[in-house]
Design a protein around this ligand. Structure first.
Ligand code: ADP
Ligand code: MG
Length: 464
């Protein structure tokens, strides 16, 4: 029982630091079998998850266990039968096996399923994996990405003809997913009944593993081979998975021969993906391969301006340049810094200036070490004008609960406290309350400007 709770706490934290797709694929079905100071034994449902956890997530698991009070020297993985965990939140190909059509709710692609907008069910039948946030209109074109953009545009006009497959490659956070999703959205909008599939390779591989296990490979094959458009993101993760490569090879051929559009992204060109079978390598290279680079300074400036415009804000060019100069490698981070700046200024009714931008960027780099949990909680209580005793007390009124959740969120982000510790600081017994609260505020802050302003105001006072 306690073991379960511990593992749920660990998973709760891990979930916050990974994408939904990665979490579902690699962690959702794991369990804790045993732990002591010497060894932690984690149950996994297939060898593939074991390898991935060992290779990629060992440090994360160790660190998160340590935060929850378990500092084991070794981690072992043991194969277990998948059971209850598999069924509800991780749809697999077995769910879709009955039918390859009209099964929107049981799509094998989970990551964006919960982002599906409400509306006419039929028109969303094949919205699998696509997120409508990504459009070609909102994509800023510069030297580094104009070729990729042009190819994507051409594909939206005549899918399955010229650039097939389209293979986009380049580093992290430079707009690959944005572009290929945008193409999917356009093709889907033009032909709502068509099966436009977007899938991350990790998810793809996981589904295939499940299909093998449940002897549903025929359904798996049918599902993908009947796509109108197949978009496969981050294909480098297929490296070394021989059976999957073979399956993908046949899917690829079937679609390609039928002139269905295939779009692939990866972090490097096909020739540099180790242990990629030659026949796939040659298939991938058989269409159009385009190298995407991190946008140059001018393009980064344009991206900042464009994103500011979407918030109805006209930024001074020196502010734009400051951001574009200081964040050079990743557009995702650039967006984050801009959002932080806008929230800060919105709250105070200030114009974003160079000095605010530079103080904000510096604040996040050099946070004072002496900040205590108590100070954070006090500051949060004061911001919401409630007594300190209430925020750490038993009351459950909404105007107390929300500030308490905000305090938990800030404790987590500023002091990196463990969930049990956060719960204790706020007078709660159960650390899952802390997990839930931090997650909730994190999600809500994305769409709620007032909440963002509250958080940055509290932060600002803490660091003043
Ligand atoms: P990748 O898949 O290459 O890792 P993403 O497509 O996820 O990167 O891009 C990261 C973030 O940066 C996304 O929010 C995306 O909208 C934004 N972004 C990247 N390039 C551009 C661009 N040229 N114009 C507008 N937004 C961009
Ligand atoms: Mg991506």
């Amino acid at each position: 029982m306690q073991q379960d709770a511990l593992w749920q706490a660990v998973l709760g934290e891990i979930e916050l630091s990974l994408s939904r797709g990665n979490f579902v694929t690699w962690f959702k079905s794991t369990c804790l079998l045993k732990y002591s100071d010497e060894t932690v034994v984690i149950g996994v449902t297939n060898i593939f998850i074991k390898q991935q956890l060992e290779r990629k997530y060992g440090d994360l698991i160790t660190a998160t266990l340590a935060k929850n009070g378990v500092s084991a020297k070794h981690i072992e993985y043991k194969m277990v039968q998948s059971s209850k965990q598999k069924t509800d939140t991780t749809p697999t190909i077995s769910d879709t096996a009955q039918s390859t059509k009209d099964t929107p709710a049981s799509s094998p692609t989970t990551p964006a399923a919960n982002q599906r907008p409400p509306g006419n069910d039929l028109s969303h039948s094949y919205r699998q994996g696509l997120n409508e946030r990504y459009t070609l209109d909102s994509f800023v074109v510069g030297d580094s990405n104009e070729l990729a953009f042009a190819a994507c545009q051409a594909i939206t006009q005549q899918p399955g003809t010229k650039y097939n497959p389209l293979f986009l490659y380049g580093g992290v956070g430079i707009g690959k997913t944005h572009l290929i999703q945008a193409v999917g959205n356009i093709l889907q909008a033009r032909n709502p009944g068509a099966k436009v599939l977007y899938i991350s390779t990790e998810q793809f591989v996981q589904e295939f593993v499940d299909a093998l296990r449940f002897r549903k490979t025929a359904a798996f094959a049918r599902y993908y081979r009947t796509a109108e458009v197949l978009i496969v993101d981050d294909v480098q993760f297929i490296a070394g998975k021989e059976k999957m490569q073979e399956e993908f090879f046949h899917t690829f051929n079937a679609l390609h021969q039928a002139n269905k559009q295939i779009i692939i992204s990866a972090d490097k060109p096909p020739k540099d993906i180790p242990t990629l079978e030659d026949r796939l390598r040659s298939r991938f290279s058989g269409g159009m391969s385009i190298d995407m680079q991190i946008p140059d300074f001018e393009t980064r400036c344009a991206i900042v301006q464009t994103k500011a415009h979407t918030h109805d804000i006209q930024l001074d060019h020196e502010v734009v340049e400051y951001l574009a100069t200081n964040i050079q490698t990743n557009i995702r981070e650039l967006e984050g810094a801009l959002n932080q700046l806008l929230a800060y200024c919105e709250m105070r009714g200030l114009e974003p200036t160079l000095s605010i931008a530079s103080s904000l960027l510096n604040v996040s780099k050099t946070r004072p070490k002496h900040l205590s949990a108590r100070q954070i909680i006090e500051r949060t209580a004061r911001h919401f004008q409630i007594p300190y005793d209430d925020i750490v007390g038993p009351k459950r009124d909404k105007d107390i609960v929300v500030p308490r959740q905000v305090a938990m969120y800030i404790l987590r982000n500023e002091l990196k406290l463990s969930f049990p510790k956060i719960a204790r600081e706020l007078g709660r017994k159960d650390h899952t309350t802390a997990i839930h609260s931090v997650d909730k505020i994190d999600k809500e802050a994305r769409s709620d400007a007032t909440l963002r302003m509250a958080i940055s105001d509290i932060r600002e006072h803490l660091y003043a």
